[in-house]
Design a protein around this ligand. Sequence first.
Ligand code: NAD
Length: 253
Amino acid sequence: MPRGVSDSPEALAALLAEADHAVVLTGAGISTESGIPDFRSAGGLWETYDPMKVASMNTFMDDPALFWRFHRPRIDMLGAVDPNPAHEAVAELQRRGIVKAIITQNIDRLHSRAGAVDVIEVHGSLDGGRCIRCSHAVSMDELCARSDAADDGVPRCNCGFQLKSGVVLFGEQLPMEAIEAAYDAAERADVMLVIGSSLQVTPVSQLPGIVLSRGGRLAILTESETDYDHRCTVRIHQKAGPTMTAVLAALPG
Ligand code: NAD
């Protein structure tokens, strides 16, 4: 641990308590304790699938049956898990007014299910679907029912074109409103707490740099190393759930 960098939950609690505008940024690692594999850890999705292929707009358009063979079971898996103590702690920090914004790269909706509000979902989410030809919107239940009823597993709109969930695919534009909200939150943050992200995916990987360039401070709670580690005020290489529980316990009620 570089000199001057703290690694305790108490130091993280103190940093958050001092902040006027703390912002949380999360990645797949906050959800691994709920049972959802991340991309880059050992045993993560990257080892089994090439997400750039199965989760790409090209596959969606060129081989929809392959696309839905990967996605349909994943939707069920994501629906069957629950938020863990880290999601619950983030929601509690927001309720207490300590955290002013929550930005996530995750599509699993676990922050919202833990009680967080106005979550900025920069990669979209599994909250319904839409026809990309006629824009007809459907609920996630409807999308799954249409996939299950189809011989090839491909959910189709009444207009005949295939439906797409709200998850942003590789090769697709990110939702502009969410990206603008994420940049705005980073510009206003005097503390950014990153939980469970390798910070390798742009544009999210740029957000900690924005905070630092404006004089803000950075805390990272992620098991593996990141490019920002040497610029942190607090750097904790531990599991998100127990650490965030300890952070809450260290904050005055
Ligand atoms: P990543 O897989 O690149 O990195 C995850 C990081 O979290 C790693 O550094 C890992 O060491 C760490 N980690 C894993 N378990 C942890 C734990 N219990 N406590 C603390 N740290 C832990 O994830 P990323 O940075 O979010 O980027 C990958 C992309 O994958 C994102 O675009 C995201 O949309 C997508 N993704 C989302 C989900 C989800 O919605 N749950 C799951 C897989 C991938």
